[in-house]
Structure formats: C-alpha cells, structure tokens
Design a protein around this ligand. Sequence first.
Ligand code: 173
Length: 318
Amino acid sequence: MHRVLYAVLAAACATPVAAQETSLRLVSAFPENGLYVKHLLPWVQKFNAEGKGLLQIQFVGASPKVMSSFEVGNAVKGGVVDLALNTGAFYTNLMPEADALKLAQISAAEQRRNGAYALINRIWNAKANMQYLARVVEHTPFHLYLTRRIDRPDLTGLKLRITPVYRDFFQALGATLITTTPAEVYTALERGVVDGYGWPIHGIFDLNWHERTRYRVDPGFYNAEVSLVMNLDAYRRLSAAQREYLERQALALEALNDKWKEVNAEEARRQAQHGIQIIQFDAAAARQYQERAYEAGWAGILKAAPETGAQLRKLLAR
Ligand code: 173
C-alpha cells in the first residue's frame, strides 16, 4: 500500500465528528466499477441518510487503487480501515477458515438461525479481529472460464488464474495454478500467461475479461461469498444504539441478495450474446465435477484448520 495513503487511512479511522456521530471508513477489495461496489453504494447512501447524527459510512475507495485486494483483510484486522467489502479467499493469510464460506449450502438467513453466524463470529473475532456483519452475495456459483476448449473435466496442461477459492479443486483436476488479484486477470489473459480463470457467473464484463474469454464451463460450483466485515475494536467502540443501527442495516443489505438471481440470469445471457460458448459435461460427469469441488474444497479447509473447519462444515454443509 502507498505509505502516505496508509497514514491518512490510519489517522482518520473512526473519528467521531460530533459528540454522537461516528464515521466508519469502508474499503472494497473488489474494483470500484464492478458489480459489487455498484450494489453496495446505494445501500451506503441510504445508511447515511437514515443514520445522520448516529453513524455514517465513508466509502474510501476500492482495490487496486487504495490497496491490493489481498491486503484489505490485514487493513481491517489492524484497524487501518473500519469496514470492508471482502471475500474470505482474499484474507486466508489471516486464517485459512476465511475461505470456508464459499462451501455454504444453506442461505445466510439459515446461517443466522442455525448458529453458523455465531460460530463464524467466534472464529473471525479470535483469529482476524473482525466482526462478520453480512453476506452481500448469495445464489451465485463460481465457474471456470477458458480460452481453449476442453471436452472432459481434466485440467491437465492448463494454466489457470486462481485465488484460494479454486485452488484445491483445480489442482485436483490437474491444472497448473497462478494466484492473482482481480486487477491482474486481464493482463494475464492478454499476455497468454493463463488459459483461463475462476470467477462467479457474474462480473466478467466489469474489467473486460469477456474480450479474452471463449468458453465457460458448466456447471458452476460453490456459493460465491462476498461479505461486509468490520474491525472488531471499531465494532466494540460503537454505542448500543449505533450497533443496533449497524446490525439492522446489515440485515437489510443481506435481504437484497435475491437480486443476484436476476443479475446472474442476465449476465449469462450477456455472455452468450458475446459469443462465449458453454462447455457442458454429461450429467454424470457434471455431478462428479461438483462433488469433486466440494470434496477438494473441504479437504483443503480441514487440512489447514482441522478443528474449526469441522465445526464450520457441520453448520454450513447440507
Ligand atoms: O478473485 C476471485 O476469483 C475470488 O476469489 C472471488 C470471490 C468471491 C467473489 C468473486 C471473486
């Protein structure tokens, strides 16, 4: 991160601007012009309109401009920022369990009811100094996008751009892997450094990856997770009224998640329109592909975090 920006962020964090009002600084680990920030900003506006005199959110900016996607977790942990729109795969450096939320097979609402959120918060509090506030994306599978055709679920000889989300699965299928932030995907495709990448069903137009994408492999797998997380100290500094307000707005944000169903249908149409072809396996191979994804995904989590991984699996898997 730029040193000057770091100093500015650190100095201005959660400064009470009036006796009662607190302003929280929010950073997005996903790019400024992407679907996720576009989804979040109207909520921030509403939050600020209704929270005058109590609690405000200042959107500071997004990766890669303010900091690398992979640094945002650390910035939240250390209190350099108060809030982040982030995904667990971007902060596995803090705790490997962060990446387990992609394996959830029940809704966020169910996770609140069955104790998963309480468990997530015990782990996130203890290991990352974070409060987990809301899941901002649901109903969204990840896919493998390619520049070359394959005809069966064998990735041998393919070089793929990944984050930890896809690592264990794509590795199990024989791929060679290169980890990059979203900001580096276009150049990797352009230079032919990779033959494809993992990404959700939506969002490939945000940074023009569609120009370099010929195929999408169906089916998708997992449950793309993007969430709002908060520095735990900043969370604990809030008054009861501020916390109640924040939690209420976080619930309201989570309640918007059905929208992704429509977005995803539209994005799939748009991909087809741009000539992106679907590589589809037969039913048996497709089922195997998805089973393999979950098997490899949980194996990776359990290997890195045997105890908490098993607790998470109990509450997140069906
Ligand atoms: O960068 C990624 O491919 C990634 O890990 C991710 C996670 C959630 C939503 C979108 C992308």
